[in-house]
Design a binder for this molecule. Sequence first.
Ligand SMILES: Nc1ncnc2c1ncn2[C@@H]1O[C@H](COP(=O)(O)OP(=O)(O)OP(=O)(O)O)[C@@H](O)[C@H]1O
Ligand SMILES: Nc1nc2c(c(=O)[nH]1)N=C(CO)CN2
Length: 175
Amino acid sequence: MRNIAYLSIGSNLGDRLETFRKAFQLLSESPHIKLVSCSSLYETDPIGYEDQDCFLNAVLKVKTDLEAEQLLHACMKIEQDLGRKREIRWGPRTLDLDILLYNHENIETEILSVPHPRMHERAFVIVPLMEVDPDISLPQMHAPLSDLLEQISDKEGVRLWKVKNGEGVFALFES
Ligand SMILES: Nc1ncnc2c1ncn2[C@@H]1O[C@H](COP(=O)(O)OP(=O)(O)OP(=O)(O)O)[C@@H](O)[C@H]1O
Ligand SMILES: Nc1nc2c(c(=O)[nH]1)N=C(CO)CN2
């Protein structure tokens, strides 16, 4: 599998940890996606629409032989399978799976923008992404992630919730 992508995962409705576990399971069952690593889990204050519960957020690194739009459809299918409901923009959702980065490409289609257009201003993305790959740089953003994070004002809204202390991505869900 020659493509590397970074996914953001978030949930603030229902059993958030169980939703993450099922999403990881469904991703790993795809013959076209290999989970490489994931961050710890962070509990994060809601951004954009504030009158809702805190999110769990994490970042996943995957290898895939899917094209970027095919990967988006795979993510959307998993969101649907896990009963995604969303009535309000930036509002509560069972599961959100976004593509942050796909190789080092800039992609702009009707249904997909990569890098994710709001990722650089979201501490709930940058903090776990730095944990997975501290040296990564964003296409067209010639600044290290640590510099991006310095410019974000709501870093206190991102709190370590479950430390990943094993090798495999499923280590997160053991005890
Ligand atoms: N990089 C991307 N990852 C996921 N969806 C994307 C991306 N770029 C564009 N989209 C489009 O955005 C649409 C809405 O996505 P979604 O409902 O997850 O938005 P949101 O999570 O509410 O807000 P945000 O995009 O700010 O995270 C999707 O249907 C998809 O076509
Ligand atoms: N803390 C947090 N806030 C959000 C999130 C999210 O995943 N975490 N997702 C949103 C829409 O993508 C809007 N706001």
